[in-house]
Design a protein around this ligand. Sequence first.
Ligand code: SF4
Length: 162
Amino acid sequence: MIGSFPQFVTQEVCLACNGCCRFSGPNSCWRPKVLKRENFPEFKGHLTDDNYIKTLKYKDAVKCSFFYEIENKCKVYPIRPFECHLYPFLLEKKGDNILLGVHLACPYVQDHRGDKEFDKYVDYLKDFFLGGEAKELLGDYTKIANDYSKHEKEIEDLYIFG
Ligand code: SF4
């Protein structure tokens, strides 16, 4: 994991939810993408040519190949990709800009959006990305960040990093 910061959604809430780590199809933009610097040995054989984590068929959709559905857990949790650590917040590409956004589909976000805890966490993330190692990370994301424009109704833009 790159850098270190607290997770917004508590572990108990995550483990009780059935939203994350499952995607509508093998080309979904919500699949996590791995940065070059995150290319840990554990990811060998699990990445597509464009550095997304591969998916496996799951019910009528797909799941991340590291998702263990019996326990609703990630098999590589301590080294999960940065995008997974950041979720339900995300870095999105809009034209030449990188923005901090939040995925409104997350039930925890729906419950906490706009409250003190949420605003404090957004401030924390802004400071995180604008300082130290994470500033470099932001530079790397300019190369790989997703354009989520097809899902713009599901995303609230919070901050433009430029
Ligand atoms: S790497 Fe882990 S946290 Fe990320 S999508 Fe896969 S199973 Fe979920």
